[in-house]
Design a protein around this ligand. Sequence first.
Ligand SMILES: Nc1ncnc2c1ncn2[C@@H]1O[C@H](COP(=O)(O)OP(=O)(O)OP(=O)(O)O)[C@@H](O)[C@H]1O
Ligand SMILES: [Mg+2]
Length: 415
Amino acid sequence: MSPIFDRHTAERDAEREESLQSRFTQAQKMEVVGQLAAGVAHDFNNLLTIILAQVGILLNEPLAEPQRKRVEAIHRAGERGCALTRKLLAFSRRQVIEARVFDLNALILDLAETLRRLLSENIELVTCCGADGAMIRADPRQIEQAIINLAINARDAMPRGGTLTIETTTAGADPAVGPGPPGIAAGGSVLLAVIDTGTGMSEEAKAHLFEAFFTTKAPGKGTGLGLATVHDIITQSGGEIACESAVGRGTTFAISLPRVRGEVTPTADQWVYGDLPRGTETILVVEDDDDIREIAREILTEQGYTLLDAADGDRALRLSSGRPGPIHLLLTDVVMPGMGGGRLAGQLSAARPEMKVLYVSGHTDDVIAHSGVLLRDQAFLRKPFTPLGLARKVREALDARSPARGAVSPGAEPR
Ligand SMILES: Nc1ncnc2c1ncn2[C@@H]1O[C@H](COP(=O)(O)OP(=O)(O)OP(=O)(O)O)[C@@H](O)[C@H]1O
Ligand SMILES: [Mg+2]
């Protein structure tokens, strides 16, 4: 072996080592940021749940016009707080994925107004959505987040104005043809393109753009998390994303998502107490945050239910064993000090096999977070929840045919 060859090999090894080392450091950094984000978001979600639920209740009371305006402003701020925690959680992958079947075209049309507000006046927004439904199965809030991130990047790439086009097309089999349960892959895909007429990207930027912390923006202007989040969201939803860009000629992000059979899962926004689903069953609420427990109690009592509550798993078990009558539903936080919701549900269900379970959480934990699938089959309510969201999920869980238990194994204890 020649000495030159030797030197080259050694250099290459050193380079490879350095690159491995830096990737490792990067991975560690991500892990820490992820944990931090998830921790903050968990507590923050509890606060937002209290704020939004209380404000929701206020908005259902007769208010004079100036007061109503103020309360609505608080509500909007709360919603923005939610968007922020969602961004953090999506990034740290601790977010509860609440997949449902929806029409991507309808989501884009709904989102258009928000996008127009985000874009500067010299940017024209063109939405071009096919007339037939573009049904996909994903978490609509995550998909919204992904589109917003792409639109913000496009805006930043068009400082002197231009056009942002958001386009959907469907490809492959028509899901309307042939029988099959809703939500099941129909064979084709839904294609979403986000196209700008901005600066475009260098080869260097193209090579790194989906990496977390890769940014060409000035400090304080960009974190480099936007596209990493978009990438995560799309792959989590079973889709793919690609980018085409040339300096001076603009950029296209092309996303493909599996097309599913129709039947939109209903969403929950506006509500009045009179419209909330009601019931007379007995519900046991287990939640360590006093204010959240209190709100759940207030909302559900108002809807006719009989409420029992406990601040932790041990108390819940004692309460249950001292109560001869039925408990129709256990509504429990997943992550609590002491016994977590999963183990509690396991133990309680053993004694009360007919009892249904509805889990509540602001984020998944690694333990339950093979969850994407696991939680999808569970009755699950995401924090922060609204009164309507709570009332609907409770009714759904109560009306479900078989008790939703055992899917979070009693042995697997969340943190
Ligand atoms: N539409 C686009 N046109 C030109 N360059 C883009 C476009 N989208 C992304 N980029 C490039 O990719 C980089 C990474 O984008 P990303 O969204 O991940 O982070 P960011 O926008 O810099 O920061 P953040 O989104 O976290 O605020 C950007 O800094 C920019 O250089
Ligand atoms: Mg960005």
